[in-house]
Ligand binder design. Structure first.
Ligand code: NOJ
Length: 546
């Protein structure tokens, strides 16, 4: 099936598109440094074209001390030499365009690095013109302004003796929060966005964008009172180019808010990444490290609410994976005997929905989690967690179980390209170990096998681009209480789609609705069907026209 290339100058092109999240550090190294880079990505564009994706969400490649793998940016308009040069970036944008692949820049407009020129100036004195670019509060050196905690652990305040004040940071101390209440700061950020628009990017992924309008005195970090105002201003001043797409990371979005953030008039963002579904297997009110089994009825109800709640009035992002989440096949599928069928089942469930799907690199190969020793992990969040929890008296073995299940480095191991040394990722020493299973799970093997997870994704992507029911159909949930089967329909006047997925490694009864008895199978992860029963992780999409 030939690739359908979407016209990215048309508003809403992304409603038929599939995006690919690329983590540059782990994608492809071209120099032997052990770290992936832009020229490495260039050398793999043909692979992405074969998969059929429309755009790359490129995790941060801007200049950065790399305390949080590029999410601590020290110059928003420069490329980090670790990844290459601005010329490489321009080439990537141009080569992507030739293949119908747009580039989304990932920018952290909520915070900068403490090595950013603005912050180095800001901390010099209270009268410095950049001081007010950040969020400061008075207070004695021993007493932070309040007891707010940072996401990566510890206090959210850091003292700077030169100014006798504390600055606010929701993440690491090296990631001071920007002060969006200051109009001058906002204008600087809009300049950054316009800089990248001029370079020809297709849009932006905006890191923790629902956290920009903070009010730390009232303990507010998410969905702050001025958030809609800021988003509208940003959209008006910097994102009005035809066809620009914006996806905002929004941990705090509920359906009501997401309707505003992703309103079809484009006044705020194109869509948000919300995380309600992906947090369902943690203990309520606790942190992601506090594991709990997934309840399928709860997942179904959550998906129903978002699908119906945004229908016609907003737009969903569809994802199970990203660089902050463990691998879904290890989490809700099976990474043993049923790895291939369960990876396909999870994709089937997601790709039948309304929204823009995001593939996280390696998901299309069914890449799995990894179990490392503590000292092999690179992520600061993992090390902070271990320190904090063991100090609080947690059993170190339980902490390691949480890290193996939820640690961010699970998703960050190098891309598995071949069965050769270091999975073809680097000729040097990889910055994070390659998963041992690369000899079996790698792109070369997947491309050569018509039944691979890769080719299944390729077919799903092609289906979504050619059939309107995926973009337009109304979602209805079937058998909401069933603990094993996730089934739903999508319907337009012309087309009727049924998606059926067995979420377990056992047989599960399922009676096909009468209307779909003679429907045609669009895609399935078993070569044949059995009446009235689904086999382990069996999944299919059935369709009939008007
Ligand atoms: C969300 C990003 O996805 C994550 O990787 C990062 O650590 C934080 N935001 C801080 O930028």
């Amino acid at each position: 099936m030939a690739n359908v290339i979407l016209d990215k100058t048309k508003r809403g092109w992304w409603k038929s598109a599939v995006f690919y999240e690329l983590y540059p550090k782990s994608f492809q190294d071209s120099t032997g440094s052990g770290v992936g880079d832009l020229r490495g990505i260039l050398s793999r564009l043909d692979y992405l074209e074969t998969l059929g994706i429309d755009a790359i969400w490129l995790c941060p490649v801007c200049a950065s001390p790399q305390v949080d793998n590029g999410y601590d940016i020290s110059d928003f308009c420069a490329i980090d030499p670790l990844f290459g040069t601005m010329a490489d970036m321009e080439e990537l944008i141009a080569e992507g365009k030739k293949r119908g692949i747009g580039i989304l820049m990932d920018l952290t407009l909520n915070h900068s690095s403490n090595q950013h020129r603005w912050f180095r100036e800001a901390r010099k004195s209270r009268d410095n013109p950049y001081h007010d670019y950040y969020v400061w509060r008075d207070g004695g050196a021993d007493t932070p302004p309040n007891d707010m905690r940072a996401v990566f652990g510890g206090s959210a305040w850091e003292y700077v003796p030169e100014v006798g004040q504390w600055y606010f940071h929701q993440f690491a101390p090296e990631q001071p929060d920007l002060n969006w209440d200051n109009p001058a700061l906002r204008q600087e950020l809009y300049k950054v966005l316009r800089f990248w628009v001029r370079k020809g990017v297709a849009g932006f992924r905006l890191d923790v964008i629902d956290q920009i309008a903070k009010d730390p005195d009232r303990g507010i970090t998410i969905n702050g009172p001025r958030l809609d105002e800021f988003l509208r201003e940003m959209s008006r001043e910097a994102l009005s180019g035809e066809g620009l797409v914006t996806v905002g990371e929004a941990w705090g979005a509920d359906v009501q808010r997401a309707r505003r953030y992703s309103a079809p008039d484009g006044s705020e963002l194109s869509m948000v990444f919300q995380f309600e579904h992906i947090g369902l297997d943690q203990q309520p009110g606790r942190e992601k490290w506090d594991l709990a089994p997934l309840s399928l009825p709860k997942l179904k109800e959550c998906v129903r609410r978002w699908q119906q709640g945004l229908y016609g009035v907003g737009w969903n992002s569809l994802f199970f994976n990203n660089h902050d989440l463990p691998r879904i096949v290890s989490r809700w599928g099976s990474d043993g005997e049923y790895r291939v069928v369960s990876a396909k089942m999870l994709a089937t469930m997601l790709y039948g929905l309304q929204g823009t799907p995001y593939i996280y690199q390696g998901e299309e190969l069914g890449m799995t989690n990894i179990r490392l020793k503590l000292e092999q992990y690179q992520d600061l969040e993992i090390h902070n967690l271990y320190r904090e929890r063991t100090a609080q008296g947690y059993d170190p073995r339980d902490v390691m179980e949480s890290i193996w299940a939820r640690g961010r480095d699970n998703a960050r191991t190098p891309m598995q390209w071949t069965a050769g040394e270091n999975a073809g990722f680097t000729t040097g020493t990889p910055w994070l170990p390659v998963n041992e299973n690369y000899r079996e799970i790698n792109a070369e093997a997947a491309l050569a096998d018509p039944d691979s997870v890769f080719h299944y994704y390729r077919r799903l992507i092609a289906l979504r681009k050619t059939m309107d029911v995926f973009r337009d159909g109304w979602f209805a949930l079937l058998c909401p209480e069933d603990e094993r089967v996730f089934a739903y329909t999508r319907e337009t006047q012309e087309g009727h789609l049924l998606v059926v997925c067995n979420f377990t490694g056992e047989h599960a009864p399922f009676v096909c609705p009468e209307a779909f008895r003679n429907a045609r199978a669009l895609i399935a992860n078993y070569p044949d069907t059995e009446q009235g029963i689904l086999r382990p992780y069996e999944a299919k999409m059935l369709y009939y026209g008007a």
